[in-house]
Write a protein of this length. Structure first.
Length: 347
């Protein structure tokens, strides 16, 4: 044998001596797989930076799914009809499932789900700040599904082709269900807009609250380079975005996806008879897109709602639910251990 480290599916980042000896060949093979549109699988060698970026992104995505259950979950007992309650219950249940898919995908990168949850509960990792806002009326459940889930579909559909195989496969199921959520939210908003003047006013009020969190936060901060006081921050964001795209983790910049979202929502709002709360929205014939107020860093920070009562409450509720469910997890582990025993071992 030549002593070279073979670049095979069994080569992993946990073999540092081998990887160091032939790092250039490993990296060249990795880059070739990404360039050819092949998926990277858990047993493939991957750069440490690629692994770290994936863990960070998938973990935040998973955290956002389970935190995002809370604003709508608060309305499960107050839905106006059994039909609406059953639809909302199915949606909230889907979000829990999305979190499970994504934590499972993250675990293929060598991290532990319990550690990820501990990091969320104690502020070392974050969920999307979109859900650091209250759902004040029944119409908010429709606005959340139509706007934030609509943004999620646009943001996440390209992830069905992301370069990391387990993440891409999880996202195919997630996006199918998110598309249902968007239709459910649009249907609810349409029903309110066709109802009484008070109901339409309630729908408009919900859109006024949820438009900025959707357009600013669901796509992340601006990642096109800009001048001014935030030039350094913007340049760093642009560099991270370019690296994610070079690795095939992302397919589009945050700002490209944000534009696609606005272009999708404006005609839908017009059909509903609702006004999106941005006076700058207008069709630009030359660009072939809708103009809208740019999401700069000041706008992004304004939308965060980071250190607020609702942000703290979301984490406190998640931590309480986790602690209350400890006995269920312990019972499941004990049952699994018992059923894995050889027959007759317990007698």
């Amino acid at each position: 044998m030549s002593g070279r480290c073979p670049v095979t599916a069994s080569t992993t980042a946990t073999t540092p001596a081998c990887a160091t000896a032939d790092e250039e060949a490993l990296l060249a093979h990795f880059d070739a797989l990404v360039a050819d549109g092949e998926t990277i699988e858990p047993r493939d060698w991957m750069p440490d930076g690629y692994r770290r970026m994936l863990v960070r992104q998938i973990a935040q995505h998973a955290h956002s799914e389970i935190i995002g259950m809370q604003p709508e979950g608060a309305w499960l007992t107050r839905a106006p009809s059994l039909h609406r309650k059953s639809v909302l219950l199915a949606k909230v249940q889907d979000e829990a499932g999305h979190g499970l898919y994504l934590y499972s995908a993250a675990e293929t990168l060598g991290v532990d789900r319990a550690d990820l949850l501990d990091a969320l509960h104690h502020g070392r990792q974050r969920a999307s700040a979109t859900f650091n806002h209250p759902a004040l009326t029944w119409a908010d459940t429709g606005a959340i599904a139509w706007l934030t889930d609509g943004a999620a579909v646009i943001n996440q559909a390209p992830l069905c082709r992301t370069s990391y195989g387990p993440y891409a496969r999880a996202m195919r199921r997630v996006c199918q269900e998110e598309a249902f959520h968007v239709r459910q939210g649009y249907d609810l908003m349409r029903t309110l807009c066709e109802g009484t003047p008070e109901q339409k006013e309630m729908a408009q009020d919900a859109v006024n609250r949820w438009w900025l969190p959707a357009v600013a936060l669901m796509f992340g901060p601006p990642d096109t380079e800009a001048g001014g006081a935030d030039a350094r921050t913007a340049a760093l964001g642009a560099a991270v975005s370019r690296r994610a795209m070079a690795w095939g983790i992302k397919r589009h910049t945050n700002d490209e996806l944000r534009q696609r979202f606005v272009d999708t929502c404006v005609p839908q709002a017009e059909r509903l008879g609702l006004t999106l709360p941005d006076p700058a929205i207008r069709w630009n014939e030359e660009r072939g897109h809708y103009d809208f107020t740019p999401v700069d860093w000041d706008t992004y920070r304004t939308a965060l709602g980071d250190d607020t009562h609702w942000a703290r409450q979301r984490i406190a509720s998640r931590l309480a639910a986790h602690e209350d469910g400890a006995w269920v997890r312990e019972a499941a582990v004990a049952y699994a251990a018992r059923t894995d025993e050889p027959r007759g071992a317990a007698t």
